[in-house]
Design a protein around this ligand. Structure first.
Ligand code: HEM
Length: 148
C-alpha cells in the first residue's frame, strides 16, 4: 500500500493542494455571507437568498473539499510516516484541527440562520472572517517552509 502511495506521492500532493484551495475559498467566503445575512431583515427575499447560497457553498463545496483535504493528507502520511518527526507537522496538524473546528462552527451558524434564529450582529461575523485567514497563514508557512 505505502509503496503505491509513494509512487504517486506528487499526485496526492497536487490533489491535496487542489482540495485545500477549494476548502479555503469557502472558509473565507462563508463568514462574509453570514455578515451580510446578519444585516438582512428576517423573512426578506435577501435573507432567503442568503440561506440558499450558504447551504450550497457548505454542502457542495466546503464539506467535500474538507474531506478530500483530510483523505489526501492522511494518504501522504501513510506513504511517509517520518513526516511526523518534524515539529512543523505537529504545529500544522494542530492548526488544521482548529480549522476543522471552525468549519463545524460555520456549519452550525448556517443552520441557525436557516431557522431564522441568529442573534449575533454583522460585526461578529466580520471578525470571524479573519480567523480562517490567520490559521491558513500558519498552516502554509509550516507546510512549505518547515521551519522546525
Ligand atoms: C486536512 C488535514 C490535512 C492533512 C492531514 C495534511 C497533511 C499534509 C501532508 C502529509 C503533506 C505533505 C508534506 C510533505 O510531503 O512535505 C501536506 C502538504 C501540504 N499541505 Fe497539508 N494537510 C492538511 C490540511 C492542509 C490545509 C488546511 C492546508 C492549507 C490551508 C494545507 C497546506 C498544505 C500545503 C501548501 C502542502 C504542500 C507543501 C509542499 O509541497 O511543499 N494542508 N499536507
Amino acid at each position: 500500500m505505502s509503496e503505491i502511495l509513494s509512487q504517486h506521492y506528487d499526485w496526492l500532493r497536487a490533489l491535496h493542494i487542489i482540495s485545500i484551495i477549494a476548502w479555503m475559498a469557502g472558509m473565507l467566503y462563508l463568514p462574509r455571507l453570514l455578515a451580510y445575512h446578519a444585516e438582512a431583515k428576517t423573512g426578506s427575499e435577501a435573507s432567503e437568498t442568503f440561506k440558499i447560497m450558504e447551504k450550497r457553498l457548505l454542502k457542495v463545496i466546503m464539506n467535500p473539499a474538507m474531506m478530500a483535504a483530510w483523505v489526501f493528507g492522511i494518504l501522504m502520511i501513510i506513504a511517509n510516516p517520518a513526516l511526523f518527526d518534524g515539529g512543523w507537522m505537529h504545529v500544522k496538524m494542530l492548526a488544521v484541527v482548529a480549522m476543522t473546528g471552525l468549519h463545524m462552527a460555520f456549519a452550525k451558524w448556517v443552520k441557525v440562520f436557516a431557522a431564522d434564529e441568529n442573534t449575533r450582529d454583522a460585526k461578529f461575523y466580520r471578525i470571524m472572517n479573519e480567523v480562517p485567514a490567520a490559521i491558513m497563514v500558519i498552516i502554509v508557512i509550516m507546510a512549505v517552509a518547515e521551519p522546525f
